[in-house]
Structures are given as C-alpha cells and as structure tokens.
Design a protein around this ligand. Structure first.
Ligand code: F6R
Length: 250
C-alpha cells in the first residue's frame, strides 16, 4: 500500500487526476471504477481540464460507478447518475454506451445487482477503482456491519451516512433515500488497482482506523490492507492522525 499526502484538497485532486490520466495513457481502453460525493469533484474538474487541453482521451474507456440511491431515477438531480453527468460525463468525450451505473429504480433490484457484477466481470474487470471514504469508514455504500458483503447488493444506509449526505438534500435528512445499491467488497476487490481519496479533518479518524486498526467489517475500509495494489491519497488534514513515517509527502 502506498500512502501519499498532498498539501491540500486541490493538490490531492491534481495527483488523483494524474494517476487516472497515466492509467488511460498506458491502457486507452481501461475500465475505471468511479465514485461520487464531494471528495472526487475537483479530480473530475481536473480531468475535464486535461481533456480540454487534449491531454486525455476517454473515447475507449468504460466507467462503472460504485453505487446509486434506490428510488431516485436518473433524472433526479440528487441521483448519482445525474451527479456524474453534471460533474464529468457530459464534459468529456464519453458516450452513454461507455457508462455503467447501477439502476436504483430497476424493477427487480436483486437481478440488477447480479447483472451489475456480471457486467463488470464480462468486460474484463476494473483496472482502476476510485474510492472515497465515509466518516464511518464505508467504501462504496458498504456500511459497517458484522460481515463483509461480497457482491453488489442493496444496503440500508447508516444513520451517520444519512446525516452526512443530508447536505445534498437541503439539510433534510428525511429526504435522503434510506437504501442504495452498491458494489460489494468482493466486487471492489477484483479491481486491479484501487485509489482511495480522503480530504479534510472529518476523515482523519476513518483513515486512522483504516490503517492502524484491526481488519474488521465494522471498519469496511480496513479490508483494503489486504489488496495488493492500493494507493491512498490524502490532504494534510485527513492525514493529521498518522505517523509522519507512514506516508510520503508529494
Ligand atoms: C460515493 C461513495 C461513498 C463516498 C463517501 C464519501 O459514490 O461510494 O462511499 O465516497 O460517502 O463521501 P464524500 O466524498 O461526500 O465525503
């Protein structure tokens, strides 16, 4: 595992965008696993800028998003599909056929979960998976529980996740969907490389627990210690509880 600390959110985002760019350069038809939330927004901005400057070409890639709220159609501005369109997809050369996001309003959600994992597998697997991390250490929407959920599944969101995400719903916790469809830990683990991003003081404890605590499903991100190819990119505040010798400043 490689742990890099950048001076601030901007530098962290730039570094993450550079890693995606070099992935696509070395394999133009890469499959990227993508995350939503506040953390990767600036990384997407940087990728859009690189694209405008003709430094990156998305024409051959495929994207698979980690998760989607149940009950929100793609047209809902709070859906993750909408988020991805607004922040990234429509701003670069990506066509609809290249984009995969679990469908949170599928008639048969269980089938949607099975199909999503099959889709990822049959397209050759994810080359680089981008992750954020919840204050409660969730990755994707794999919430703390007493076992690791392997496959894409429907999950009940934790109270702390509903609270954290209420900011996207006019601070109205009641409006946040209670369920989501998410890649499982096994689905994430099949990725050839994983890049986890964390920014800000509110993530410092989750990062500390990920790196220094036990590997346990009550800290879902702790499982990343077992993956052979993980890079964690932090800003100073997210790294604030780590020992200086445990990361590299870039
Ligand atoms: C989003 C996702 C979540 C977020 C996490 C952090 O697709 O899977 O795990 O990465 O909740 O969210 P932010 O970045 O908003 O703090």
């Amino acid at each position: 595992m490689e742990i890099l600390t950048c001076k601030d959110y901007s530098a962290m985002s730039q570094k993450a965008a550079e890693i995606i760019a070099s992935q696509i350069k070395s394999k133009p038809d890469s499959a990227l696993g993508l995350a939503t939330g506040s953390t990767p927004i600036k990384m997407y901005d940087q990728l859009v800028e690189m694209h405008k400057d003709s430094l990156i070409d998305f024409s051959q890639i495929k994207t698979f998003n980690l998760d989607e709220y149940c009950e929100l159609p793609q047209s809902n501005p709070q859906s993750y599909y909408y988020f991805m369109e607004e922040n990234f997809f429509r701003k670069v050369n990506l066509k609809k056929e290249q984009i995969y996001i679990p469908n949170g309003v599928a008639e048969d959600l269980e089938l949607e979960c099975v199909n999503y994992d099959n889709l990822i597998d049959s397209s050759g697997g994810i080359d680089l998976q981008v992750l954020g991390i919840g204050n409660n250490s969730h990755i994707g929407f794999n919430e703390p529980k007493d076992y690791f959920e392997k496959n894409t599944h429907i999950t009940q969101l934790d109270e702390s996740t509903l609270e954290a995400n209420a900011r996207f719903f006019d601070d109205n916790i009641e409006a946040v969907p209670k369920k989501a469809i998410t890649m499982g830990i096994g689905s994430i683990f099949k990725s050839k490389k994983i890049m986890l991003l964390a920014s800000g003081e509110s993530k410092a404890k989750a990062i500390y627990n990920t790196l220094y605590g036990k590997i346990t499903p009550t800290v879902p991100s702790s499982i990343l210690n077992l993956h052979p190819n993980v890079i964690i990119i932090l800003d100073e505040k997210a790294a604030s509880l780590l020992d200086e010798q445990d990361f590299k400043r870039v």
